[in-house]
Ligand binder design. Sequence first.
Ligand SMILES: [Zn+2]
Length: 295
Amino acid sequence: MPELPEVEGLAAFLRERMVGRVVARVEVGAVNVLKTYDPPPAALQGLLVAGVERHGKWLDIDVDGLHLAVHLSRAGWLRWSDALPKAPLRPGGKNPVALRVRLAPEDDEDPERPPGFDLTEAGTQKRLAVHVVKDVQQVPGIATLGPDPLDGSFDLEAFRALLRDSRQQVKGLLREQSVLAGVGNAYSDEALHAARLSPYAQAGKLADADVERLYEALRTTLQDAVVAASGKPAKELKDAKRAGMRVHGRTGEACPVCGDVVREVSFADRSMQYCATCQTGGRPLADRRLSRLLK
Ligand SMILES: [Zn+2]
């Protein structure tokens, strides 16, 4: 699942290719991805792309004041093409392309195969979401976002205020979009590892020094990933994300800091990774699913 750095990379990639160009056609392959119906996607046709922004994990393409807001969710992705297929996208069927945006061709481009992008979604759990709105704040998932951890105003005090009094486990808190925008399962694992904190630690009970270390770890982890993602073509962003991970998705490999084995806790729909030596005083965390099975 793309998180803040990958969506930031995608936004920069699209900005470079789309701003100042006209949307020729929006084709819908899977009607269920559309979460709004007024204005319809066709309202974007003939209008000029004014900008591409990121809000948390949301991509926001400003098309002359109308916004195409996209949440890629777990299995969605954006595939850029310098020359899209000629045949229009048809709704239904087995095509993994949920939505296609064609730009109006310029002089040196094949008029029948203009550039543009496809939104695709793999798997059976359909969660890719597309909104067409006049104001991005009309998208509930954007209106309720917490502060952006890379925003200039997000200082240590702002971070401290988010954790204070929270009885939640810090791992869960970091992933909550209404608390902090853009961090998901992968970068919360990475930040907690870099800060040498247990994912199960209660957020409100962290010592001042722990909060400070976590703040620095979070910002550095995200900033480094944004740098790694910037300038990368859309299709290389997933590999760039994976390459930067030190514990997330690396169960069984050696911790790059201490050499201990990276451990995992599994949940029904995801898993998290951590290093016991670096983060939990050497004690492996209980895997609740496993203990339930053993009872
Ligand atoms: Zn370690």
